[in-house]
Design a protein around this ligand. Structure first.
Ligand code: FBP
Length: 694
C-alpha cells in the first residue's frame, strides 16, 4: 500500500462520521448495556427471606451422607419477599459482606448478568458490600488472582455474552492442597461467600467446598451454567426444580439460526448435504432444540441411539446380552444412508443433517473403548511418576503400550482391561479417531468430545456405505416424470417407449428411478441394446444420456461445527432475565445464611409473573459415577428423556422433516437472536413442550 493511502486513512479517521462508523461501540451494544431485566416479584421487596419447602424429597446416596454430612440435610428453600423486617433481621441481612465469584468451565451466555444481579442486590443491601471476581476460573481462587468488581466494570458487561469480564477456566479444586490454598484465598480476602458458576462438575465442587469451608464461615453457592442444558433438577417424585441451565437458550438459538440458513442454502443450490455438528459434550439437548427450531431433515439424538437394540441379531445369537447388540457406528451410518437414499429417490439429493457432538458416547462399541481407555490412562497416572500422555507422546507409542497390555493378558492368561479382541477392534478404527480416543482427558477426567471429529467419522462411514448402495443400484436420484417427458420429446424421442426400459417405476410414481442394473454408460447401452432400442453402432441418444447422468447421485458434503460461536453469543432476552434473577437469588441465599445450595428459578416455562426463585440443596442430588477411571460422587447429568414431550414430538415429526416425498421441505426459519421486538421467542421450545405435554 502506498504512503498516500496511509495518510488518507489517518485524515479520514479525524472525521466524526468515520469515527462513528469504525467505533467499537455500536447501537446494539449501547441498547444491551442499557437494558435492565425485570425482577421476579419477590425482589421488589426491601428484603428477602428463605422459607423451607417441605414438598420435595430426594433419594440420598449413602456416600453423600458420609462425605457431605454437614450439608446433606439442606432442604429446598423458597425465596420470599419481606417488606418490614425487625432490627435483628435487618442487621443480619444488611451486614457488610465480601463475596467472591468464579466462572468454571465453558462460557455460557448470561454469566455477566449473574454477576450484575449479585452486584445490584449486594449494593442495594449495603453499599459497602464488596464483590470480587476470580480471574481465569478456579485457578484464580487457588492462586488468589482476583479483581474487585466496580459499578463501571459491571455496567460495561450487562446483557453481554461471554465470560470476558473475569474469564473462565476448567481447573477443578479437587486435591487437599488446592482446597487448602482456596481456603487461604477466602481468608485473605475476608470472603463471606464464594459463588461458583458452573456445570455439573463445578456444582459438585461447590458442594464439597461448602462442606470444607463451613468452619471458616464461608458460604458456598452454586449457579447452574452450561450451554449443554444438562443441569436439570427434579426431586424424587419428578417435580421440576430447575428446568434448564442458563446459556442453553442462546446457544441453541445461535446454532439454529446458522443451521436454518443452511437449510435454505441446501434447498437452493440442491447439491450439498450440510452436516452440522452441534455442541453438547454428552447430552443431545442442544441438537433436540435445534431440530425443533429448524426442522432439519435428520437430527440424531444420542440418547435415542443408545436405546436401540438390534433384535434381529440378538435373536440369531444365543446370548441375552442386550449391550452387545446395541447401536454400532456401522448401523448408524446405515440409518443415515437410508434417509439420504429416500430423499434422493424423490429428487432431493441434498439436505441438512444435525449430529450432536457427544453422539459417540451413546454408541455402545465406542463407549466401551472410552471407559476402558479412561481406566488404563488413570491407572497409569496413579502408578507412575509421569503422566500417560507425557510418557507416550506419539500415537504409535500409545498403541504399542496397548498392544503390550493385550500381549500380557494373552501370555499370562489373566484378566486385563485391554485384551487381544479390544486391540484387534481398535486397529480397525481410522488413525485420527484412534488418536481422538487416546487424547488427554480434561481436568475432570472427562473425554473431550469437542476435540474429536465425530462428524468426519460418521460421514466417512456413510460415504463408504453409499458407494456400496450405488454399486447395487439402490442409490439413485429420482427424475421428475414431467422433466423426463419434456427432455425426450424435445429430442424427438417417445418417452413412453424409453420410460419402461429405463425406469423401474415408470407407471407407479412421479419420480422415476433408473433400473438397478443401469449404473454406468456401459450398462445403459447394454440394456438399450437388449431391448432392441439401440444397435451396436448407434450412439446412446443425448437426451437419454442426460437423463442417466442426472440419475447418478454425487454425495457432496459440507461439514460445519457449531459450538464456540454459540457459547460466545450475546444472550437472548430469556437468558438475560433468567441470569439476572439467578444473581438476585444468589444474594438472597447468601444474605439468609445458606450454603451448599444452588440458586435456581422454578416455573421457567411459565409466564414471568410465575417465576419462583429457590435454593436447591446440592448434596442430595449426588450419585456415584465413573470419573478418571474410578467411582466418584458427582451431580447427575440430565440426558434427553426419551419419554419427554419434546422428544416425542420430534420423533413424531421425523418422517415429515426428512421430507422423502414430493412436498417442499418443511424447514422452519428461526432467524437470528433478536434482543428486542415482539417477534423474539421468549423461551426454549423444548422447555415449553415439556411443560405442555403430560
Ligand atoms: P461446560 O459444561 O463447562 O459448560 O462446557 C460445555 C461445552 O461447551 C461443551 O458443549 C463442549 O464439549 C465443551 O464445553 C468444549 O469445551 P473445551 O473446548 O474446553 O473442551
Amino acid at each position: 500500500m502506498s504512503d498516500q493511502s496511509h495518510a488518507d486513512g489517518k485524515t479520514l479517521l479525524k472525521k466524526k462520521a468515520v469515527q462513528r462508523m469504525v467505533s467499537s461501540t455500536n447501537a446494539e451494544l449501547v441498547s444491551r448495556r442499557r437494558y435492565r431485566p425485570p425482577k421476579c416479584r419477590v425482589f421488589h421487596n426491601a428484603f428477602t427471606a428463605l422459607e423451607e419447602d417441605g414438598r420435595y424429597r430426594f433419594h440420598i446416596h449413602e456416600e453423600a451422607k458420609k462425605k457431605l454430612s454437614r450439608i446433606i440435610d439442606n432442604r429446598v428453600e423458597r425465596v420470599i419477599g419481606v417488606e418490614e423486617a425487625d432490627a435483628a433481621f435487618r442487621e443480619k441481612y444488611q451486614r457488610r459482606r465480601n463475596i467472591g465469584i468464579v466462572f468454571s468451565g465453558g462460557p455460557a451466555p448470561g454469566g455477566h448478568n449473574v454477576i450484575a444481579g449479585i452486584f445490584d442486590a449486594a449494593k442495594a443491601a449495603n453499599a459497602e458490600n464488596r464483590i470480587f471476581g476470580f480471574l481465569l476460573g478456579p485457578d484464580g481462587v487457588i492462586e488468589n488472582e482476583a479483581m474487585e468488581l466496580t459499578q463501571e466494570v459491571v455496567d460495561a458487561h450487562r446483557n453481554l455474552g461471554g465470560f470476558t469480564m473475569i474469564k473462565t477456566g476448567r481447573t477443578k479444586i479437587d486435591t487437599q492442597e488446592k482446597v487448602t490454598l482456596s481456603r487461604k484465598t477466602c481468608r485473605d480476602l475476608g470472603l463471606d461467600a464464594l459463588v461458583i458458576v458452573g456445570g455439573d462438575d463445578s456444582n459438585t465442587n461447590a458442594a464439597f467446598l461448602a462442606q470444607e469451608m463451613m468452619d471458616d464461615g464461608v458460604q458456598v453457592i452454586g449457579v447452574p451454567k452450561t450451554i449443554d442444558g444438562d443441569i436439570q433438577v427434579r426431586d424424587a417424585d419428578g417435580n421440576v426444580l430447575c428446568a434448564m441451565s442458563f446459556g442453553f437458550h442462546t446457544a441453541a438459538r445461535a446454532f439454529a439460526w446458522e443451521v436454518g440458513n443452511l437449510c435454505t442454502d441446501s434447498s437452493s443450490d440442491v447439491k450439498y448435504w450440510h452436516v452440522c455438528k452441534v455442541m453438547g459434550r454428552v447430552a443431545s439437548h442442544l441438537a433436540l432444540e435445534v431440530a425443533l427450531q429448524t426442522h432439519a431433515n435428520m437430527t440424531l439424538i444420542g440418547e435415542d441411539l443408545a436405546d436401540y437394540i438390534d433384535y434381529e441379531r440378538l435373536e440369531r445369537s444365543d446370548s441375552a446380552d442386550y449391550n452387545a447388540y446395541g447401536m454400532t457406528l456401522r448401523h448408524l451410518s446405515r440409518v443415515i444412508c437410508d434417509g439420504i437414499v429416500r430423499r434422493a429417490a424423490v429428487g432431493k439429493n441434498y439436505g441438512v443433517l444435525v449430529i450432536p457432538e457427544g453422539i459417540l458416547e451413546f454408541i455402545n462399541e465406542i463407549q466401551v473403548f472410552i471407559i476402558k481407555l479412561n481406566t488404563i490412562i488413570a491407572d497409569y497416572n496413579r502408578t507412575h511418576d509421569t503422566d500417560f500422555h507425557a510418557a507416550f507422546p506419539a500415537l504409535e507409542d500409545k498403541l504399542e503400550y496397548l498392544r503390550a497390555l493385550a500381549r500380557r493378558s494373552r501370555e499370562e492368561g489373566t484378566f486385563s482391561v485391554w485384551n487381544s479382541r479390544d486391540d484387534d477392534l481398535f486397529a480397525e478404527i481410522p488413525a485420527f479417531f484412534q488418536e481422538g480416543l487416546l487424547m488427554e482427558r480434561d481436568s475432570h477426567g472427562n473425554f473431550q468430545f469437542s476435540q474429536v471429529e465425530t462428524d468426519k467419522i460418521v460421514i466417512g462411514l456413510v460415504k463408504d456405505y453409499l458407494d456400496i448402495l450405488k454399486e447395487k443400484g439402490e442409490y439413485k436420484v429420482g427424475i421428475e416424470r414431467r422433466y423426463f417427458q419434456k427432455t425426450l420429446e424435445a429430442a424427438g424421442l417417445d418417452p413412453d417407449r424409453f420410460g419402461p426400459v429405463l425406469f423401474r417405476n415408470y407407471d407407479a410414481s412421479n419420480f422415476l428411478l433408473m433400473r438397478k442394473e443401469i449404473f454406468s454408460q456401459k450398462t445403459l447401452r447394454q440394456v438399450l441394446e437388449k431391448e432392441g432400442m439401440l444397435s451396436e453402432r448407434q450412439e446412446i441418444p443425448k437426451a437419454v444420456k442426460k437423463i442417466f447422468d442426472k440419475s447418478v447421485p454425487k454425495f457432496k458434503t459440507q461439514l460445519h461445527f457449531y459450538g464456540y460461536d454459540g457459547r460466545g453469543a450475546d444472550p437472548t432476552r430469556f437468558d438475560c432475565i433468567y441470569t439476572y434473577n439467578l444473581g438476585l437469588t444468589v444474594f438472597s441465599l447468601i444474605a439468609n445464611g445458606a450454603t451448599g445450595q444452588m440458586a435456581a428459578i422454578r416455573n421457567l416455562e411459565q409466564a414471568f409473573s410465575k417465576w419462583e426463585p429457590i435454593g436447591i440443596p446440592i448434596a442430595p442430588l449426588m450419585h456415584m459415577e465413573e470419573r478418571g477411571g474410578k467411582l466418584s460422587l458427582v451431580l447427575e447429568k440430565s440426558l434427553v428423556d426419551l419419554h419427554s414431550p419434546a422428544f416425542s414430538v420430534v420423533k413424531a415429526l421425523r418422517e415429515a422433516w426428512l421430507g422423502a416425498d414430493e412436498a417442499p421441505d418443511a424447514y422452519r426459519r428461526p432467524g437470528p437472536i433478536r434482543f428486542s421486538g415482539k417477534t423474539e421467542e421468549d423461551r426454549p421450545i423444548t422447555l415449553v413442550l415439556n411443560a405442555l405435554g403430560g
